[in-house]
Design a protein. Sequence first.
Length: 631
Amino acid sequence: MRVVLAGAHGFGSHHLDRLRRLTRLVRLVGVCDVRPVEEESLAGLGSPELSADLPALIERTGAQIAILATPIPTHADLAVAALKAGAHVLVEKPTAATLADFDRMARAAAEAGLACQVGFQSLGSAAVPAVRELIAGGAIGRVTGIGVAGAWPRPASYFTRSAWAGKRVLDGVDVVDGALTNPFAHALATALAVAGAEERGAVAAVETELFHANDIESDDTSAIRVHLQDGPPIVAAVTLCAAERDEPYVVVHGDRGRIRLTYTLDEVQVNDGPVRRFGRTDLLENLVEHLRSGTGLLVPIHRTGAFMEVMEAIRVAPDPLPIAADHQDRAGEGRVLPGIARVVDTCADRLTLFSELGLSWAVPLTVRNTAGTTVVADYTTAPDLPLTAAPRPYLHPVRTLGGVVVTETRPDDHPHHLGAGVAVTDLGGRNFWGGRTYVRDQGPAWLDDHGVQRHVSFTARDASGFTETLLWERPGEEPLMREERTVRAAPAARGWALDFAFTLRNLTGGPLSVRSSATKGRVGAGYGGFFWRAPAGSAGLRVFTAVAEGEERVHGSRAPWLALAADDWTLLFAQDDDPWFVRVAEYPGVGTALAWDAPLEFAEELTRRVTVVVTDGRLSRSEAAAVAAGR
């Protein structure tokens, strides 16, 4: 059969090698490319006609098949043109850049009555139907979910190999060249095939967590959860920032075991049983056999509809978030996220997203200014801490625009101090602060009374912040409160500003009391509310308001703003509701006091808001007042 190849460079060179292997079936009669094609690359393939006009090339050569190995955004136009010119099509994955383009291609193939096969080579493997047969036969019981993990290294040159590499959009045209949509597209397509969810309409919703460590527009480290209309959830976690290559895989979770499919090797393993290797059919050979004898296509375009629904969700998702440099190893040729291979394995194993593992870099806050986009804070949703620390989400590290870290977590003096967040010493008789509980007429004591602030979900999220739902609960007990927390970062005249607001909703059906150690007899210990632990050992610490200076005078005062300043940073706190809790001599920390000297009781809900301006350098009182006036 006569074949033309569009795109002879890059991945097109693999197709040239394939054509050399399949000379018994096909003959290359034309090459379409906008760049010159060297004679050496066509060795052993005769003298194909060269042209930059694909439809004309098809018509002149009488080509029956057009192979498209061109950039992602060109797939749709070239496929439609080839089909209209009368050629069957084998188009490289991903099918197209947009769902609309996919629909256009599918319509063109149907109207022309011609075949359009998509180059997801992993779907040519006999391992995929074998896994589906194992599932149908009950080998692992009821399927509860499907995980995908992939970890590859990529040098910096990978993202500069072409004008569209690492781009989401180029010159106003969608590209969507991300980790899951291009290098690990096979992983996602294979998982959908195993789930039996391949055509349009199979996908109900997609949760996305897209990140980049490299200086690119698209994602190089991604986690998504695909909710199917009828089927188990699929969680895929992949990265191009690994220290070394691991073979990517799909793992099917059942209530009586697991099936692991290493799709690059066509290997299948059920639980700890023997590994079986399966054969794979070349998709060009399959297309030729389809045209000669009616053999069914392995990857007809309609079989990639669900993949394109997921790709569309990634295309329209918020732009990937940067991963701060202090989480990266840049010593080699490419960016490396230490431990990321274990992370993606854990996501596939637990069917969790990055943020649900409590990874601080998975919830960054960024500020965009004239210098570009800067990651100013990371947020940990699910810290791996003992119950005695009252585990809770927190911000750390928080950085100045100059990169100075201005929070501390788990310091030796108070291991339950966790960056910046919300903590209460006594809520309905439960300790959500951590450490010892103050007992009236006795003093601090270790009690089995600690609670947890459990992250439930993000209801809104973008590069500058998020809105989060949490439950305050003692393990094994009914939740006491539901919290709606909103955290956002924004540029400020000096540095940047953190806006931290929270609403606590009482779930007990009766009055709920907030108490501090001060309300139980420890004078001055009114801590409990928003709390910021600053780094110990910071040089030149001083605390002041507009009218007072020093810990003794500021502690317990009510002032619209308060500044904690060191030699190389200043934190300016502003709020209108509660007295200030301040520590400088014992350790550096600032908080609001919900129950300064008397319990605070509420029946339904309690709302508070704090703004913190984070600046490089030490601000004077007059400078701090000017910043506060402009907040």
